[in-house]
Ligand binder design. Structure first.
Ligand code: GSH
Length: 219
């Protein structure tokens, strides 16, 4: 088990990124479920590991690492098998750019705390939340599509899976969940179809985790 413990939630897209990185590297880990709907991410014990109360947190040999971007990079450094970044510095920079569009621009727009705030302070209905997402997410998806159409092969950057795919697939799923039409992004759709056939992606799928509720579980 290499002393790896992952605090995560089946539906959290940032958790999904880290499950993907672990699976792609063939690493076993102890799955600790933190239920976002029960606000368990605000429990004082969890806040000691992750002061912003976000999922996921990886604990490796007793040391906690919050933030999925930092975790994925850490795993890639400590477990070099099946690298998630190529050697070429230019491509590495463009992959990080691609991941940043997702991590810094797209993900915060749909984060639970963002949408909860809109709901409680500004009386946002589900329809208004979908309108909010329909405004912001296509801007990110458009940028991702342009980058992917420049670099893609079977996956986002050529024919090897990289960190870009680890960030992209969870965000595509979130976009679809908020009824943002991703089918018009042809390159991203092709990559999504290729990735989701891969065993590491099947194993990390939100609808196949130990904390996936029965009614959402893939049969
Ligand atoms: N930038 C952080 C974001 C962490 C984050 O906020 N994750 C979401 C789940 S996808 C969460 O835990 N939200 C809890 C909340 O909004 O209260 C990361 O990549 O790890």
């Amino acid at each position: 088990m290499a002393g790896l413990v992952l605090y995560n939630y089946f539906r959290s897209s940032t958790s999904y990124r880290v499950r993907l990185a672990l699976n792609l590297k063939g690493l076993d880990y102890d799955y600790k479920a933190v239920n976002l709907l029960k606000n368990e991410q605000r429990d004082p014990a969890y806040l000691k590991l992750n002061p912003l109360g976000g999922l996921p947190t990886l604990v490796h040999n007793g040391q906690a690492i919050p933030e999925s971007f930092a975790i994925v990079e850490y795993l890639d450094e400590v477990f070099p098998q099946n690298p998630l970044l190529p050697k070429d510095p230019y491509k590495r920079a463009r992959i990080r750019q691609f991941c940043e569009v997702i991590n810094s621009f797209m993900h915060p727009m749909g984060n639970l705390k963002t949408l909860k705030y809109m709901e409680t302070k500004h009386q946002y209905s589900q329809e208004m939340k979908e309108g909010w997402m329909a405004h912001w997410l296509p801007q990110g998806l458009e940028t991702l599509e342009n980058i992917a159409s420049e670099f893609s092969g079977k996956y986002t950057f050529g024919d090897e899976i990289t960190m870009a795919d680890v960030f992209l697939i969870p965000q595509m799923l979130t976009s679809n969940r908020f009824k943002v039409d991703t089918s018009k992004y042809k390159t991203l759709t092709k990559i999504y179809e290729n990735c989701t056939k891969h065993p590491a992606f099947i194993k990390a799928d939100p609808f196949r985790q130990i904390d996936t509720p029965e009614d959402l579980r893939t049969k």
